[in-house]
Each structure stands twice: as structure tokens, then as C-alpha cells.
Design a protein around this ligand. Structure first.
Ligand code: 5XR
Ligand code: SF4
Length: 300
């Protein structure tokens, strides 16, 4: 059986589309209808006439797609596709922080599970986080779950940022060190460094550009040679998009296990058996959607 042909046949038969995050394996990127960061993907499908969305990404991304597309069937190809960082933040962390700082708005990164998003005043992406925190009237803001993104936002806005939970981080982006920066500068003296804001502060300080993966796609046109400080597969995505430029991974070991747990076979089985369906309880979905819509409104 040819998996790719079967996937294409099932897609057609079931009026389905495949969304893939920029960190997906090359063979999955190659068959996707849309590629992007989680928010770009979730928004893209709102106006698409499809009955089924196969989301090749991690759990919180599929939830976001479901929240914005409640009438479509959203499938996550394997239950192992989870985001370790999103799961670090619990509702209790938010409630504790709110008790301590009752006047501080709760700002949550889109990399969170729906049950926590329901407690957010507004969600943010790495691209619009600073702008949105800047616009909020409050000078003290509760921010979760990525402490490095919290650092970036505090630096950009000058506001008092209360990071939750303690030590919240992405293990993939934590891998980048100043040693990677030194090696990059030495091996590729003409390259610029594009660095994801989930990286450690000392690494961020060395960046020519600090952006989300969507921002990397949009900004790569500015220069011909880049060293990329984010999950390794981003390089495949950029190289395919800009064949005349050069992109190098800053660290080959920066792999997201949740993202990498999805294979072509899972995608085929997801389409065939219509699994695993993502459900978000209505009362949670309504609140989470409000926080997402506030972000969309505020980032205009
Ligand atoms: O999850 C990630 O590490 C990647 C990313 C991105 O840049 O694509 O941060 N995820 C997005 O959902 C968040 C966008 O700011
Ligand atoms: Fe989560 Fe990090 Fe993987 Fe992104 S790279 S999905 S933040 S664990």
C-alpha cells in the first residue's frame, strides 16, 4: 500500500484537510495542505469548507483549532503528540497567582491547554506577546507558562511580569547554549541568527532576530544565510520555501518528541478511522475562545 496515495484518496473521499506545524517531519510537511505555527493554522481553516481537520501538531494546537472551528471534526493522529510545556501549567497555578496579585491580568501563551486558557484574560503568541502586554492598562501582569518568553516580554515592555509556573519552560529550546552561538558565528560568519523567544535569556541576547516560527518564515527574506535556533525541522521548512538561501540548524539535537511522534502511518489511520477526535467541553471552549478573540482584536 502506498501511504501517500491512500492519504490523498481518503482526504478527497472525506472532505478532509491536513494541517501541519513547522516542526513536523519532512514527509508530513510535504503532504500538508497548510503549514504554519499553531495560530496561523487554527485561523486558516475557519473559512475552509472541510468536514475533517487532521492536525499534525501537538495537543494544545488541535484544541485551539477545535475551539475556533467547533463544527468541524478535529483529529490528532496520535495521543502521544503532546506539548510538555503546555502541560506544566495547571489551573491551580493561575488561581494561586490571582490570589496574590488580584489586579493583575492573566496573560497566557497560546501554548497552553484549553482548561487553563479558560482562565486567561487574553492569550498571546510569541509574535504579539510584547505588543499585547504593552497595551494592557495594568503594570503587573501574570504570564505563563514559558519563563523565557516572560523574560522577553518583561524586557520589551518594562512591566512587572509574574511568571507562572515556577520554572515553566520548553525543553527543546532550553537546549540552545552560548556554545551553539559561538559555533554558529565561527562556522557561518556571514549568517545571521534567528532565535525563538523560548530560548534562554543569554541566548536571546545574541540574536539578530527574535521571532516565532511564523515570524521566521516571514522574515527570512531579509538575509541570505541564517542559523536557526528552534526545533530542527524548521530548517527543512525554510530551505524548501527559500531554495536560494542557506539555513543551518544551530543544534541538531533540538527535537520535540511530541511533534516527532506523528508518522505518515498515523495520518493514514487517523483519516481511515477518524481518530483521535479532540473534544473541548463547551463551557471551557467558550471562555478560551474569548481569550483568543481578545488577542486577535488586540493584535490588529
Ligand atoms: O510550540 C513551539 O515551540 C513553536 C511555536 C512557534 O513558534 O511556532 O512557538 N508555537 C506556536 O504555537 C506559538 C506561536 O507563537
Ligand atoms: Fe511544546 Fe516545546 Fe514541543 Fe513547542 S517545541 S510543542 S513548546 S515541547
Amino acid at each position: 500500500m502506498n501511504l501517500v496515495e491512500e492519504i490523498m484518496r481518503l482526504k478527497e473521499e472525506k472532505n478532509a484537510i491536513i494541517l501541519a506545524h513547522n516542526y513536523q517531519l519532512p514527509e508530513i510537511q510535504d503532504i500538508a495542505d497548510f503549514l504554519g505555527d499553531s495560530l496561523e493554522l487554527a485561523r486558516k481553516v475557519v473559512n475552509v469548507d472541510a468536514d475533517i481537520i487532521v492536525f499534525a501538531g501537538v495537543d494544545f494546537m488541535a484544541e485551539t483549532a477545535k475551539i475556533l472551528n467547533p463544527n468541524k471534526k478535529v483529529l490528532l493522529p496520535t495521543r502521544r503528540a503532546t506539548c510538555a510545556m503546555a502541560h506544566m501549567l495547571k489551573v491551580e497555578h493561575i488561581l494561586e497567582a490571582k490570589e496574590k496579585y488580584p489586579d493583575a491580568p492573566v496573560v497566557l501563551y497560546i501554548n497552553t491547554m484549553a482548561e487553563t486558557k479558560a482562565y486567561a484574560d487574553v492569550t498571546v503568541t510569541s509574535g504579539n506577546a510584547a505588543r499585547i502586554v504593552e497595551k494592557l492598562e495594568a503594570d503587573t501582569v501574570i504570564f505563563g507558562p514559558d519563563n523565557n518568553l516572560a523574560y522577553y516580554v518583561a524586557k520589551k515592555t518594562g512591566k512587572r511580569i509574574i511568571p507562572i509556573p515556577e520554572g515553566g519552560h520548553c525543553y527543546v529550546h532550553k537546549k540552545f547554549t552560548l556554545e551553539d552561538v559561538r559555533r554558529a558565528r565561527k562556522e557561518y560568519p556571514n549568517a545571521k541568527l534567528m532565535i525563538h523567544p523560548e530560548c534562554n535569556p543569554e541566548v536571546q541576547e545574541q540574536a539578530d532576530l527574535i521571532v516565532s516560527t511564523g515570524g521566521m518564515v516571514r522574515n527570512a527574506c531579509q538575509h541570505d544565510e541564517w542559523v536557526v535556533f528552534t526545533e530542527k525541522e524548521m530548517v527543512y521548512r525554510l530551505q524548501k520555501l527559500y531554495p536560494d538561501k542557506n539555513f543551518y540548524p544551530a543544534n541538531e539535537d533540538a527535537l520535540c518528541i511530541g511533534m516527532k511522534s506523528i508518522t505518515l502511518k498515523h495520518i493514514y489511520e487517523a483519516l481511515r478511522d477518524e481518530k483521535y477526535e479532540i473534544e473541548v467541553p463547551e463551557e471551557i471552549a467558550i471562555k478560551a475562545k474569548k481569550a483568543i478573540e481578545r488577542m486577535l482584536e488586540m493584535s490588529k
